[in-house]
Design a protein around this ligand. Structure first.
Ligand code: 5GP
Ligand code: ZN
Length: 119
């Protein structure tokens, strides 16, 4: 059983359509939408519809949906035309790593050269 949507969670509201977003792909279990503050020419967030606070909690509780998120990240990159030149899938985990929204999400970043480590 999926956990209920959290009433104060921004990404739960995007998943239900209560907060608008530019959605680029949807499945029964995931939504992919453009980041409001893009850090690259293509910057998309892929979320599970179900609320988990971060990727580790998601993958521990529901590995099938975690796999859906990863697959959709790759499909989104292909759809956006960044698969050929290369892209990054990032799960910021914990505030010290820059996580600001505590609903699991994959960043899909591409369309420019990406340095490693990002700094
Ligand atoms: P985090 O810092 O938690 O890894 O990533 C959260 C991301 O959500 C940030 O890149 C931020 O720009 C994005 N974001 C925050 N609020 C909104 C919003 O209302 N709509 C969209 N589309 N993205 C948002
Ligand atoms: Zn949520």
């Amino acid at each position: 059983p999926s956990p209920p949507h959290q009433p104060d969670c921004l990404f739960c509201k995007i998943a239900t359509g209560d907060v608008p977003a530019t959605v680029v792909r949807e499945t029964d279990t995931t939504v992919a939408f453009r980041d409001i503050n893009p850090q690259a020419p293509t910057h998309i967030l892929v979320i599970p519809r179900a609320h988990y606070p971060d990727a580790a909690a998601l993958s521990a509780a529901d590995p099938a949906i975690a796999a859906d998120v990863l697959r959709e990240a790759g499909e989104t990159a292909a759809q956006e035309g960044i698969a050929e030149t290369g892209y990054r899938i990032v799960f910021n985990t914990g505030s010290g790593a820059g996580q600001t929204v505590f609903h699991a999400h994959a960043h899909v970043l591409g369309g420019r050269g990406l340095q490693w480590p990002p700094g």
